[in-house]
Design a protein. Structure first.
Length: 386
């Protein structure tokens, strides 16, 4: 196997996990569409026994994602939520989690509507203040859970600072790296123990697969998570792994374009009279700008903003764009627009949303890789109509 250690991120994205297939030399890992594997003798496997436990196409994807995140072990799941669920299954009733207060709506729902019922306890704090994270720790705290940039407010959490709090207290730090991707930010190198992804988003990048991944560097932690992956069985099929692996090979190229376009769109929005606030870490006025500049290579492709007319204006804008298509999700090559309060974050109670600073009129953009001028023209014509 080619040692990718000395190579750069783009080279790793292209090559990690994919070795020429030994029988035919196929350069791309095939779709091993099989449930089981013929064994030479009872209780003796060639490599794999059963595809819930292991599959060569999944192996390739898991290796590729782990390599890009700079961890030794990757595990793929049928969705980002299944990946996060696998991490939460490390906990027992009575354990406590300190989580960020501006999480992906589905993560908040999993924590408060599923795991809280099973006796896991949660405190939600603003993780951009590491002292608040520290103050929320209890003797039973086992996990700190953050996203950065956060969704949808693009707040920045200082991963190194929170990792110091986690290390002192000897609790696991999990980072949902879906928004930044390893092309821009690598939490394991900053002291996190677990990285998760909704590979549905930038890693696959083409809006045609739902999937998730967990990456860790610690062998014991990997063993526990691999046990959960097999015991629970929320695994992706080989076709989804193949497509995600194909997407991953251009991650570095796509992210450059996402970042270029989002930067231009954010600057454009900041100058529009109808726009009252733009949340984008690349703007020097953003409160997390300095931390983002330190821990992220570039500022990503996500933007949210508020309009003068509040909810009606936000809703109207979402139906007036032509290139920015109205849809949930993010991270695909095509630009999307959405209204978090009524769509992705509808599962968060209105008073909780407002307390976390999520305005009812907020609009979120996932800026795609189309031509920059076309995207700005599209927003300009849509803004002119609201
Ligand atoms: C989409 C998303 C998830 C959930 O992933 P699915 O693949 O939709 O299950 C988790 N975290 C973040 C930040 C996301 O954007």
């Amino acid at each position: 196997m080619l040692d990718l250690g000395p190579y750069g991120f783009g080279t790793k994205a292209v090559r990690a996990g994919t070795e020429p297939e030994p029988v035919t030399g196929a350069i791309m890992t095939p779709v091993f569409q099989t449930s089981t594997y013929v064994q030479p003798r009872p209780a003796e496997a060639k490599v794999h026994e059963y595809s819930r436990t292991g599959n060569p196409t999944r192996d390739a994807l898991q290796t590729a994602i782990a390599t890009l995140e700079g961890g030794r072990f990757g595990l793929s799941f049928g969705s980002g939520m299944a990946a996060i669920d696998a991490v939460l299954r490390l906990l027992d009733a009575g354990d406590h989690v300190v989580a960020g207060d501006d999480l992906y709506g589905g993560s908040y729902r999993l924590f408060t509507k599923v795991y809280a019922r099973q006796g896991v306890e949660f405190s939600f704090v603003d993780p951009s203040d590491p002292a608040a994270v520290k103050a929320a720790l209890r003797p039973t705290t086992k996990l700190i859970w953050i996203e950065t940039p956060t969704n949808p407010l693009l707040r920045i959490v200082d991963i190194e600072a929170v990792a110091r709090v986690a290390a002192e207290a000897k609790v696991l730090l999990g980072v949902d790296n879906t928004f930044a991707t390893p092309a821009l930010q690598r939490p394991l190198a900053l002291g996190a123990h677990v990285v998760v992804h909704s590979t549905t988003k930038y890693l696959n990048g083409h809006a045609d697969v739902v999937g998730g991944a967990v990456v860790v560097d610690d062998p014991a932690l990997h063993q526990r998570l691999a046990f959960i992956q097999n015991a629970v069985g929320a695994v992706p099929g080989p076709w989804d792994c193949f497509l995600t692996l194909r997407g991953l090979k251009t991650l570095h190229l796509r992210m450059e374009r996402h970042c270029d376009n989002a930067d231009a769109v954010a600057r454009f929005l900041a100058e529009q009279p109808q726009v009252t606030k733009v949340h984008f870490p690349g703007l020097p006025a953003h409160p997390g700008h300095a931390v983002a500049a330190r821990q992220m290579r570039r500022m990503g492709g996500m933007i949210s903003f508020e309009l003068k007319g509040g909810v009606p204006a936000g809703m109207a804008l979402c139906t007036r764009t032509k290139l920015f298509q109205l849809a949930e999700s993010l991270g695909g090559v095509e630009s999307l627009i959405e209204h978090p309060a009524s769509m992705t974050h509808a599962s968060v109670a209105p008073e909780v949303r407002r307390a976390a600073g999520l305005a009812d009129g907020l609009v979120r953009l996932s800026v795609g890789v189309e031509d920059q001028g076309d995207l700005i023209d599209d927003l300009a014509q849509a803004l002119a109509g609201v």
